[in-house]
Design a protein. Structure first.
Length: 133
């Protein structure tokens, strides 16, 4: 199965708004995606997210990146999370896939779309990730 490796959450007020920044990393099995590149895996995931969120937008295209010195792929998306009681929370998510043999390491980073400080914090966190062999 899949298992969490790390999770980080930062809650704070910015002006009159409550801001949440989160990041998590987990190992995923390939689940039928064996042999596909990290970019191909993200390309398979995006249509499902687009069907799930009516306001889904890809805000940064799928690109090749490196995480901890390893080849990976990354995409940025925005959508609104809605609660049963009518709440709505605009969200920016960056998804990163790092292939590692029979598994892939998945990193998800979420924040309010206009929270630039949170974006910098998440980038610093991502640059500190080290994946051992």
């Amino acid at each position: 199965g899949d298992s969490a490796i790390f999770a980080s959450r930062n809650n704070r007020f910015q002006g009159n708004e409550y801001r949440v920044t989160s990041a998590s990393g987990s190992w995923w099995t390939w689940n039928g995606l064996e042999g596909r590149s990290a970019k191909e895996v993200l390309a398979v995931v995006l249509p499902t997210l687009a069907r799930t969120y009516s306001d889904f937008r890809e805000v940064s295209p799928i690109t090749d990146v490196q995480v901890g010195g390893l080849p990976a792929a990354r995409v940025g998306i925005e959508h609104t999370l809605r609660t049963a009681d009518g709440g709505a929370f605009p969200t920016r998510n960056d998804m990163i896939v790092v292939p590692r043999g029979k598994f892939m390491f998945f990193i998800g980073m979420g924040r309010n779309p206009d929270d630039q400080d949170a974006g910098a914090d998440l980038e610093a966190m991502l640059s500190s990730v080290e994946i051992q062999p």
